[in-house]
Design a protein around this ligand. Sequence first.
Ligand code: ADP
Ligand code: MG
Length: 149
Amino acid sequence: MSEHIHKEAFNLLCGELIGHGMSRQVFACLLRDDLVVKTESDSRRFQNVVEWETWQRVKDTPMAIHFAPCHSISPCGSVLVMSRTRPAGLDEFPKLMPAFLCDFKRTNYGVIAGKKGATTFVCHDYGTSLLFENGMTKRQRRAHWWDAF
Ligand SMILES: Nc1ncnc2c1ncn2[C@@H]1O[C@H](COP(=O)(O)OP(=O)(O)O)[C@@H](O)[C@H]1O
Ligand SMILES: [Mg+2]
């Protein structure tokens, strides 16, 4: 298929660039405003893949409430579709967080609307979480929240 068609497909799916980090760019999804599209072009980082695999493992467990759900991933993992969070207000950051989460930069976390007006505070950057190291423990630790600027 031509490169032109690939670009067209990308522009059909992705709108405004809403964020970027060490390894990824994150776009609003033009097809559904409750989703984002995370693209990863750096080699050998695999954070999209780790997020996808993490979500597959936690999604049917009580731990799911701590993670922004993943919805789809491209065959080689460069493009990940995730639920869109809204930025958390300063009073919404919990003092204690599960021991398998880390990187407490405020912009790595957000809020998702739940049922009946409820909200859930979730991590949307969990490509480097400590789930491999600590497992799905119920242990919590004090979170030292910080801002990049
Ligand atoms: N699910 C999401 N919903 C809304 N914004 C997001 C979401 N995921 C990431 N972002 C925004 O994009 C930025 C970069 O994404 P992030 O997952 O932190 O990438 P990186 O692994 O490169 O740090 C975040 O700091 C945040 O502002
Ligand atoms: Mg980040």
